[in-house]
Design a protein around this ligand. Structure first.
Ligand code: FPP
Length: 233
């Protein structure tokens, strides 16, 4: 079983167009699938799931679409955070990865205060990549390291790959074992750029609003057949 699954929720616009609906309806349908798949990942015991919800490039979309997406994030995430986390029973906790300074205040308040080391085995961490870009994340980490060097706390020659990983938004979490992209596109689009070095990739033609728990099972079964060598033999 993968410990960490990354999911690029793609194809909402095409799903809506195929039905003669506005693009935003595709996102509404996609949000329902986000919730179903989050629940299912918790049921089957996945530790971490990272959903690509809004990239640093998505601000280029029409303002009405951006506003509709922000509204959807608020509705789904605020409600989910209130309902789903119960320390006794476990559940899932939501975390944001990305530059949250540009997202609406109500959403920023949601950033989980739960420390990762306080998370028990019944809990699934749901990372929502919001205003996220993999290159920007690496840059953010590198700047923090440069500041430590400037302050004389760290020698440039002593910088390690672990230092870079420690400055990423996913610090303390395992790298994604499996990254799933539905909708037929065959690229990662700036998603988990540093963390995906050894991830297994799974592409499918299903559009995200049509993605089911059976599709997730199929991806996990495919992953289970892979031979991961991490550069070894
Ligand atoms: C890409 O499909 C999808 C997005 C940019 C938005 C993803 C957001 C959701 C599914 C909303 C729910 C999420 C949460 C966390 C509540 P696209 O619009 O680029 O599709 P297209 O390629 O068919 O145009």
């Amino acid at each position: 079983m993968p410990k960490h699954i990354g999911i690029i929720m793609d194809g909402n616009g095409r799903w809506a167009s195929e039905r003669g609906l506005p693009r935003t309806e595709g996102h509404v349908a996609g949000a329902k699938v986000f919730r179903r798949i989050s629940d299912y990942c918790h049921e089957i015991g996945i530790d971490v799931v990272t959903f690509y919800a809004f990239s640093t490039e998505n601000w280029r979309r029409p303002p009405t679409e951006v506003a509709a997406l922000m509204k959807l994030f608020k509705e789904n995430l605020i409600e989910a955070d209130e309902i789903k986390y119960d320390r006794q029973k476990g559940g899932y906790i939501l975390r944001f990865i990305g530059d949250t300074s540009a997202i609406p205040n109500e959403l920023q308040k949601l950033v989980s205060k739960t420390q990762l080391d306080a998370i028990d085995e019944n809990t699934t961490v749901i990372n929502i990549a919001l205003n996220y870009g993999g290159r920007q994340e690496i840059l953010h980490s590198v700047k923090q390291i440069a500041e430590r060097v400037e302050r004389g706390e760290l020698k440039a020659s002593k910088i390690t790959a672990e230092d870079i990983a420690a400055g990423l938004y996913t610090a303390g979490q395992p790298d994604p074992d499996l990254i799933i992209r539905p909708s037929g596109e065959l690229r990662l689009s700036n998603f988990l750029t540093y963390q995906s070095a050894y991830s297994e990739l799974y592409f499918s033609n299903v559009l995200w609003p049509d993605f089911t728990t059976d599709d997730l099972d199929e991806a996990i079964l495919d992953y289970a057949k892979r031979n991961r060598r991490f550069g070894g033999v």
